[in-house]
Ligand binder design. Structure first.
Ligand SMILES: *[C@@H]1O[C@H](CO)[C@@H](O)[C@H](O)[C@H]1NC(C)=O
Length: 240
């Protein structure tokens, strides 16, 4: 017990000393290549054993998880050093009620309070590129693009990509139909990521690439990552 207590105290000291470093600056941000808007699929996320979601979660919709800077091979290796007082980002939505309402709608947390998720995503991903995309533009940009893809589920249904606990799809088909039906351009490639459970790969997230300045949707760069989807031939798009 004392031993555990010691570990916890040590961790607290490590964590607090890291976040109190007064000279933390956004890392050089020009070496990112694009942004990825990550949309998550709640039935997969909330189906993790022993990790239930909030009761209020709307299951059959793709909420934003975050906007992450990506590099030219599609990786998202950037992690930011957080500013001395990270909660200052709160002013972005406290000063703009309609933005806050939209964030609550398009970017809800599945497990915690929405604000905690927004702050976390800003600290971990958004702040890295804040010299190019300031906080106000980061959060407003998220809403602009989330609106553009808000009918994703019905557009996928129209081509028989339907949430179901038995039917499996190929990753290639899912990506193709997201490009064609949701983004209306077969040349704009997206990524998907999965979580393996049992014999199946469950669709976890859809990654839509945006240009560095968050002005437009772009094609994701060619990438050899499987993002947890195995060979991509056996993807479940679960309903629950
Ligand atoms: C992208 O990031 C990955 C992981 O850190 C790295 O291995 C890869 O070389 C990077 N690619 C480019 C083009 O920077």
């Amino acid at each position: 017990m004392e031993y555990l207590f010691g570990i916890v105290i040590t961790l607290i000291i490590i964590v607090s000393s890291a976040s109190c470093d007064p000279k933390t600056q956004p890392p050089v941000s020009s070496n990112y290549h694009h942004m990825q808007m990550i949309m998550q699929w709640p039935p997969t996320f909330c189906g993790r054993p022993n990790k239930p979601c909030k009761r209020s979660v709307i299951m059959l919709e793709f909420p934003i998880h975050g906007l992450w800077p990506g590099n030219a091979t599609g990786h998202t290796p950037f992690t930011c050093k957080v500013p001395p007082n990270p909660t200052t980002v709160k002013k972005v939505w406290l000063n703009d009620r309609s933005l806050k309402t939209s964030l609550g709608f398009y970017w809800p947390s599945l497990v915690s309070t929405d604000e905690k998720l927004w702050i976390h995503e800003w600290e971990k991903h958004g702040y890295c590129t804040s010299q190019i995309v300031p906080d106000v533009e980061y959060f407003n940009g998220a809403i602009v693009f989330a609106r553009q893809v808000k009918n994703m589920l019905s557009e996928l249904r129209s081509v028989q990509i339907i949430p179901d606990n038995k039917i499996t799809y190929t990753a290639a088909n899912m990506k193709k139909f997201i490009s064609e039906e949701v983004l209306k351009d077969k040349n704009i490639h997206v990524y998907i990521s999965c979580e393996k459970r049992g014999h199946h790969f469950y669709l976890k997230q859809i990654h839509i690439c945006l240009d560095k300045l968050l002005k437009t949707i772009i094609s994701c760069p060619k990438s050899f990552l499987t993002r947890g989807c195995g060979t991509g031939n056996d993807i479940l798009f679960p309903k629950s």
